[in-house]
Design a protein around this ligand. Sequence first.
Ligand SMILES: Nc1ncnc2c1ncn2[C@@H]1O[C@H](COP(=O)(O)OP(=O)(O)OP(=O)(O)O)[C@@H](O)[C@H]1O
Length: 257
Amino acid sequence: MAEVADPIIRVRDVTVQFGTTRVLNGLDLDVRRGEILGFVGPSGAGKSVLTRTIIGLVPKLSGNIEVFGIDLDKANKTDRRGIERRWGILFQQGALFSSLTVRQNIQFPVREYLKLSQRLLDEITIAKLVMVGLKPEVIDRYPSELSGGMIKRVALARALALDPELVFLDEPTSGLDPIGAGEFDELVRTLQRTLGLTVFMVTHDLDSLHTACDRIAVLGDGKVIAAGTIADMQASQHPWLRSYFHGKRARAVVGSP
Ligand SMILES: Nc1ncnc2c1ncn2[C@@H]1O[C@H](COP(=O)(O)OP(=O)(O)OP(=O)(O)O)[C@@H](O)[C@H]1O
């Protein structure tokens, strides 16, 4: 694959296996600093597995992963904590701790890494809530008292709590209606531009790929089978890409016959 200068994530020849099932098979991927990369592929292809492998939650059989130019396998515990502070994560499942309030959810990662006064923690929390378009009044609500869209926003606020350079979003718009999803995409786009964030976004949402992503990488048979702009994807003759980007759903999004 073509080398990218100064990638924020560099994955080379990564293989991940559960028992005898090989999910990733010699996968290469670069994520460029400052871009929103949309990561797509069939259900069960291994998108979440790759995300979890990059952040070190899933062990790999072989291969090499660098984040911020640092090989995580070679980092000691202190360096690793330093790296983990520089990324934020919005997981697909269990976006928020249901027994904690919005305040406690957002402050959770901050408390893990920093010793700050409660007053400062509250100030950070309110700033993050405003950043994601929520009113400070929601701070003492529980997740069960929020709408689906609000939960996603609080989860994003939590991912942003430590002012990360890189954010992992695993299907952030799943479960939202098209308007809510569109608003969320717009928010991610705005934050990327204003904060200079790099975003790694697993998604099934064709609208997100069109409106939010700078580049798209497609996972198939354990590898990245294509990477490029939406125009590159639409021009591809690969059967899965053709049916995905030119199928019924795609036509509904781009409005072509
Ligand atoms: N801890 C695990 N142990 C065993 N198998 C696993 C584990 N985690 C994931 N898998 C398997 O790895 C494969 C890829 O799963 P993954 O969740 O990454 O798919 P995905 O591309 O994110 O799918 P979706 O789009 O449906 O979310 C699946 O077959 C899944 O069952």
